[in-house]
Design a protein around this ligand. Structure first.
Ligand SMILES: Cc1cc2nc3c(=O)[nH]c(=O)nc-3n(C[C@H](O)[C@H](O)[C@H](O)COP(=O)(O)O)c2cc1C
Length: 517
């Protein structure tokens, strides 16, 4: 890492910490009617409607990760796959306002992530690069293939539009874009498993990725919000093209403007984006499997229903006790395992480890717990924590340790920007990342650590959802208050995200409308 990028990224992280006495810099006031358009469309190009049927798959949640024959690449399957990973899942309406919810959560429901499709031999689609336009469930033609291929290939590319988040959250927005990206990756891995497609990260340089997706075509983006290339995922169905093409024959279309009157500028976001472009993390050796196939006691709900019904709780009841088996399944989903669609795709050695504030879990004393996701996590993070922690093993199989027994609702609320959801949950996760070490090797680790935290949140929320419980991401927390709670005194470890799991209280006033049907 160059000294410059190291300095930029450290300064960014420090200045975007929320503190009890001062929140990170953001807009002084918001005009909600001036929210940037959550949907980008590409003008002056052809577009194709995807089938609008609700995807139904007869695969129970418990069998999601079991091996299955890959389904063919065609527009029906592509449509169903997008519906289950990145599309709108419902519209909500209240008091004359209407907003869309998608298969993955997003900070402030602002959805900075754009999805791109590189398609070869997808029946019903000409080979080329497409933008997925999720408001109407269409694909917009962006570039045509330079050469025909003699093999199939299907990739998803992702870009972020940081302004969508910065509009509301100011400087901290880059972090939220990256956490959202992690959720999207996990959503993609889960949905791909239902089609027997293996999701793999594609090892492309930032420049090559931006070039492939056209995000480097400054002339096309003149006068509109830029898109930051993030990552590309290959969907493998057996043999096929290894790499996506980096050159296209003919480009078409221009992107829509999302915010005609931006009121603020946050130059540190561009600076940190530039400082964190780099290669993907190295893959660790294959993770072990728990017994493959169906897991005992697991939910038998159809997996497609779990993915489509996922929602964030806006409030928890603060009363119901979480059954121990559900708690254990949620925690197990966070451990790197070869039988998890997410950790089969994200093969880097675990760098993010959950600390938990447990309030209401059957048979477990309330208190502060730690779930190191690897031996290295235990030996690395352990000594950095408060010396007085008790380290009582708290589960016969999971690497769960109780550090302190105590009621922790007030602490959870206080470190989570005073949000009740952190206290009224059954438990609240705090994702602690190894920070200085990974960043010294690769500044892009700043993005990857946030992706890992987002993926962890996503695994937890889906597992809870499958059992009739719910989760909510918490991007607003007081960073150093969490560090103080744990006894972390330097930047070797930093908290990146919180996630609360509990019994949701629904707001009956909201009207729910179908996504596209
Ligand atoms: C990175 C991230 C941070 C979030 N932070 C908060 C938060 O601090 N407080 C909160 O109540 N919800 C938070 N949320 C939940 C979003 O508000 C929610 O995902 C969004 O409104 C969309 O609703 P849905 O998840 O039901 O689709 C967060 C979500 C994400 C992905």
């Amino acid at each position: 890492m160059t000294l410059d990028s190291a300095a930029v990224l450290r300064a960014y992280h420090l200045r975007t910490k929320h503190r009890h006495e001062r929140y990170a810099d953001g807009p002084g006031s918001l005009d909600w009617d001036a929210q940037p358009d959550p949907f980008r469309t590409w003008k002056g190009t052809r577009w194709y409607s995807l089938p609008r049927r609700t995807p139904e798959r007869d695969i129970p949640w418990s069998a999601l990760a079991a091996p299955r024959a890959p389904e063919p690449f065609n527009t029906d399957n592509l449509s169903a796959f997008l519906r289950l990973s990145v599309a709108i899942t419902a519209w909500k309406e209240y008091g004359g306002n209407r907003w869309a919810l998608r298969a993955h959560p997003s900070s402030g429901n602002l959805h900075p992530t754009e999805t791109w499709i590189v398609a070869y031999w997808v029946e019903g689609l000409a080979d080329g690069l497409y933008h997925y336009q999720c408001r109407d469930h269409t694909v917009e033609w962006r570039a045509s293939a330079l050469e025909a291929s003699d093999q199939p290939g299907l990739w998803l590319g992702f870009t972020s539009i940081p302004w969508r988040e910065a509009w509301k959250y100011g400087e901290r927005a880059f972090r939220y874009c990256q956490l959202d990206m992690g959720h999207v990756l996990a959503a993609v891995a889960h949905a791909a498993a239902l089609f027997g497609w293996r999701a793999r990260l594609v090892d492309l340089s930032h420049e090559a990725l931006a070039h492939c997706l056209g995000a480097d075509r400054a002339e096309d983006y003149a006068g509109v919000e830029a898109e930051e290339a993030e990552v590309m995922v290959a969907l493998k169905a057996g043999e096929g093209m290894e790499m996506p093409p980096l050159e296209w024959d003919e480009w078409s279309g221009l992107p829509s403007l999302l915010d005609p009157k931006p009121m603020y500028e946050w130059p540190v976001i561009e600076a940190v984006a530039a400082a964190t472009r780099g290669p993907l993390p190295e893959e660790a050796a294959d993770f072990p499997s728990l017994e493959g196939g169906e897991r005992e006691g697991d939910s038998t709900l159809p997996a497609s229903q779990v993915l489509l019904r996922r929602r964030s709780a806006q409030a928890f009841d603060g009363r119901t006790t979480l059954p121990l088996d559900v708690f254990r399944r949620v925690l197990a989903s966070l451990l790197p395992r070869a039988d998890s669609p997410v950790w089969r795709m994200w093969k880097a050695a675990p760098s993010v480890h959950p600390a938990l504030l447990v309030h209401r879990v059957e048979g477990l004393e309330p208190g502060l717990y730690l779930l190191p996701r690897s031996e290295a996590g235990l030996t690395g993070l352990g000594p950095a924590l408060r010396a007085e922690f008790e380290w009582t093993p708290a589960d016969p199989e999971l690497p769960l340790y109780r550090l302190v027994s105590a009621r922790a609702e007030r602490t959870a609320r206080s470190v989570s920007c005073h949000q009740d959801i952190a206290a009224q949950s059954a438990f609240t996760l705090m994702f602690i990342a190894e920070f200085d070490g990974p960043l010294a090797e690769n500044p892009a680790a700043y993005r990857h650590l946030h992706w890992e935290a987002g993926m962890l949140g996503h695994c937890a929320t889906l597992e809870a959802e499958a059992a009739g419980w719910r989760g909510t991401g918490i991007g607003c927390f007081f960073d150093d208050a969490v560090h103080e709670l744990l006894g972390l005194t330097d930047t070797r470890w930093q908290v990146l995200y919180h996630y609360a799991i509990g019994m949701a209280v629904d707001d009956a006033r909201l009207l729910t409308l179908p996504a596209y049907e």
